[in-house]
Ligand binder design. Structure first.
Ligand code: AMP
Length: 178
């Protein structure tokens, strides 16, 4: 697979959502049928021989890749959502942002004890969101197999942050951007 060609399909938008952020826009990747297939197939190839019970996607772009992966793996899909979106009892995890904090939630009964779960998001930056997602899955009783991303911004060292918690990190496209 030509990863440089996949990268060329991902638009970079400077100063979005605020000045100084180089936003990696996957919409231009997923609108291209071949690129979309390459992205989902990259993830599928990593997991196809493993016993994965659930794919947990992080709202909202983690849903885009998590759902087709779950379908292909014959696994269930679990949404990890922004606060006050999930209707039943939830477990919440807060994490620090550059300015302030944010939180994400999972349904308290989403995971059977010991189930093997892969966490998916589109992009790994500092790793704060993904670490919070790992904590949620563990609190809900699951085993975190690994966390996988289409894009990793390597200078931000998110992979190190996640790996320190004992969770393996997979990423398709590495960018030397911070
Ligand atoms: P972090 O918690 O710092 O790893 O940030 C990851 C989350 O923020 C993911 O859900 C990404 O979709 C989003 N994100 C962070 N930085 C960017 C970026 N430069 N371009 C697009 N999305 C980003």
């Amino acid at each position: 697979m030509n990863l440089e060609a996949v990268k060329e399909k991902i638009r970079q938008v400077p100063d979005f959502p605020k000045k100084g952020i180089q936003f990696l826009d996957i919409t231009t990747g997923i609108k291209d049928a071949e690129t979309l297939q390459q992205m989902v197939d990259f993830l599928y190839d990593i997991y196809k021989d493993k016993k994965i019970d659930y794919v947990a996607g992080i709202e909202s772009r983690g849903f885009i890749f998590g759902m087709p992966l779950a379908y292909k793996l014959n696994a269930g899909f679990i949404p990890i959502r922004k606060p006050n979106k999930l209707p039943a009892e939830t477990i919440k995890e807060s994490y620090d942002l550059e300015y302030g904090s944010d939180s994400i939630e999972i349904h308290a009964d989403a995971i059977e004890k010991g189930a093997n779960v892969v966490i998916i998001d589109d992009l790994l930056a500092t790793g704060g969101t993904a670490c919070a997602a790992c904590n949620l899955v563990k609190k809900a009783g699951g085993n975190v197999d690994s966390a996988a991303f289409i894009i990793e911004l390597t200078p931000l060292k998110g992979a190190e942050k996640i790996e320190k918690t004992g969770v393996e990190v997979i990423s398709m496209l590495k960018y030397d951007l911070d």
